[in-house]
Ligand binder design. Structure first.
Ligand SMILES: NC(=O)c1ccc[n+]([C@@H]2O[C@H](COP(=O)([O-])OP(=O)(O)OC[C@H]3O[C@@H](n4cnc5c(N)ncnc54)[C@H](O)[C@@H]3O)[C@@H](O)[C@H]2O)c1
Length: 312
């Protein structure tokens, strides 16, 4: 365990007496007995530290977001490829059994055509000093949206507001456009009375709500939809040609069984499997960079009055 803060070092040493602790990153990258490391430092430090570790021949799991700029993220990905080392990005929700269940249902065609999805990740705090609420919270939702939609996004737009006068957006409303006219909307905030972690997926046949905070109904499938049917004629008049009406349909709500395992444990086990050559990284550097591209485009949009910015 490597930690700069002496108080945290003391705490870790007390809590985990069998773990060696150092305050110097040089000790870690210079230790030949270390094969891989998990970088859980502030996002602004990821690029420099990941590149140093990869250069020293270590496999690296970088916590989300991979970086705070596309250029930095691309440098990390290139370095991992040059060094032939595993680079995994900590998009924890792609290891989450409930999110994987939602993806399974979409892939099986259960909801029909996926129209759009939206998610909310809001609560009070934690206000960060090195990035705004979008870079802190939205990596999860962008990774979930990319994972569920399964195609690279085309554009992003965002509006955000700085209420705490700390030069960083405290609340952000982000929109992402995907091929086929599908859209994802993400609302993140560290200035909100409620803790919400919920994603709603709307399809042509069914709708799904994934609520991370629900104890026993993390995934709910709603047999609800709207059908377009030709307008019926009355007893006296023929139906107008080409006119339709919309009929809503409300059926059962189904709670699929989810064998929930701790996602972080699954992610770290996967990192070890990748190091040992037993698996290919699920959330590799390109996956992490795809998320950074969306956030960078959204940041640019936010600074230009919310105009959509090309992600590609
Ligand atoms: N996947 C998730 O669900 C999840 C959850 C929380 C945080 N994160 C991510 O984890 C990262 C860290 O977040 P946090 O909330 O733990 O931040 P934090 O600020 O609480 O902890 C980061 C620690 O890194 C230490 N540090 C900074 N530079 C260092 C260096 N050069 N060498 C050694 N230690 C150093 C700091 O002293 C601090 O204790 C961020 O990228 C964040 O986005 C991911």
């Amino acid at each position: 365990m490597c930690e700069l803060d002496a108080r945290r070092v003391a705490e870790i040493a007390r809590q985990y007496p069998n773990v060696s602790v150092t305050q110097s990153f040089d000790d870690v990258v210079g230790d030949p007995s270390i094969d891989g490391l998990i970088l859980a430092t502030p996002a602004s430090t990821h690029a420099d530290m990941a590149i140093r570790a990869l250069d020293a021949g270590k496999h690296v799991l970088v916590e989300k977001p991979l970086s705070l700029t596309v250029e930095e993220g691309a440098r990390i990905v290139a370095e991992a490829e040059r060094c032939g080392r595993v680079l995994l990005v900590g998009h924890t929700f792609e290891y989450n059994a409930a999110v994987r269940k939602v993806r399974e249902l979409i892939a099986a065609g259960d909801i029909g055509e996926l129209y759009y999805l939206y998610s909310q990740r809001v609560n009070l705090g934690r206000v960060r000093n090195d990035c705004n609420a979008m870079w802190s919270l939205a990596p999860h939702d962008v990774s979930i949206a990319n994972f569920l939609i399964g195609e690279p996004p085309i554009w992003a737009s965002a509006t955000g507001h700085r209420f705490l006068e700390n030069d960083r957006e405290d609340v952000v409303f982000l929109n992402i456009g995907y091929p086929g006219g599908r859209i994802a909307h993400v609302h993140v905030s560290w200035l909100d009375p409620n803790k919400i972690r919920r994603t709603t997926v709307v399809g042509s046949e069914k709708m799904i709500v994934y609520d991370e905070l629900s104890a026993n109904a993390k995934v709910q499938v709603f047999d609800k939809g709207v059908s377009k049917v030709p307008l019926q004629g009355s007893d006296y008049a023929a139906p107008p040609f080409g006119e339709f009406q919309f009929q809503t349909r409300t059926g059962d709500i189904w709670i699929p069984n989810v064998d929930f395992a701790e996602p972080l444990r699954a992610e770290i086990a996967h990192f070890v499997d990748c190091i040992n050559g037993r698996a290919e990284p699920l959330t590799d550097g390109h996956n992490g960079l795809a998320v950074v591209r969306v956030l960078a485009a959204a940041q640019e949009s936010m600074e230009n009055g919310g105009t959509p910015v090309d992600v590609r």
